[in-house]
Design a protein around this ligand. Sequence first.
Ligand code: FAD
Length: 326
Amino acid sequence: MVLVFCEQREGRLKKVAFEALCVGYAIAEKRGGELAATILGSGIAGLAPEVVKFGVNKVITVDDPGLEFYTPDGYAGALEKLCREMQPHTVVLSATVMGKDLGATLAARLETAIIPDCTALEFDGAGNPIMTRPFYAGKAVTRVTAPSANPLVISMRPRAYGAQPENDKGAQIVASDARPDELRTKVAEIVKAVIKTVELTEADIIISGGRGMKGPENYAILEELASVVNAAVGASRAAVDAGWRDHQFQVGQTGKVVSPSLYIACGISGAIQHLVGMINSKTIVAINKDAEANIFKVADYGIVGDLFKIVPMLTEEFKKARGQGT
Ligand SMILES: Cc1cc2nc3c(=O)[nH]c(=O)nc-3n(C[C@H](O)[C@H](O)[C@H](O)COP(=O)(O)OP(=O)(O)OC[C@H]3O[C@@H](n4cnc5c(N)ncnc54)[C@H](O)[C@@H]3O)c2cc1C
């Protein structure tokens, strides 16, 4: 059996949950066994029908007030219980902030192997997954397999694997009482930042600004373009360190790793620590006044020029193309 952890926040399944289900489906098809999905949280039982169309045989919900917010104890405790009960050969999670923490904690509790932050999936002749994952901050990639791990824990990088619904197998939906025994940490309060644009790791288009933006007030031109094309706005570390943008918007080695369909880098030089965070974007556009900037080496399209002239022009053109006028 393959057990897929379906991540939800505030009672809504995240897109990455469907990607993880597709990874789980492919593994179950090759290695054999059923595909089971689990959703943990409080008041989440109603989410189960949303995952059945992904070829799932069984959906297990663990609905408990102690699981309202993510805590390593709570979630790893519940997931460990499910694993001991169900004996999956593979556990699939998403390599999100939550999934990275949960996957490592679960693997340690089960004393088994984890292959984290994977970007591609293949199989050997026996149907064992061979996972591709970047290492040395993305300077190299490796292909890893762990056929003797039982279970093998895998976390898949968001947007690295498409989410296509499979056939609806009329999954059995089960409410489990695999509640965690001990909660050593308790979330007292969550203070939310006001984010007007799309979440960075889930965005299909990201427009990032670096030191070339010259100041926090100038991000308004990126936000305007973002609102026209439904994009998220990211930043380089130089911009974050200068206090122009919050750290949650930083792309790169010490920020978020993203792989949108389109990444537009504005006034970003292309330091390796930034590139590792966005190099897997499907199409990269760079706008920089320095024709020698490193970012042009990875860009599919480069515009040499002043971003303060080019970005507003792009916004106008996208508005026209989308029939929004000026
Ligand atoms: C351990 C470590 C971890 C790091 N992690 C990260 C990370 O996660 N993410 C990250 O981004 N960096 C990271 N860095 C920092 C990284 O090395 C670079 O310093 C940083 O990415 C530079 O940001 P930048 O490209 O915005 O600034 P700069 O390198 O200063 O580049 C600014 C660019 O803007 C261009 N420009 C200026 N004005 C204009 C204009 N009007 N129009 C068009 N172009 C213009 C310039 O030509 C220049 O190319 C890390 C560094 C270390 C040591």
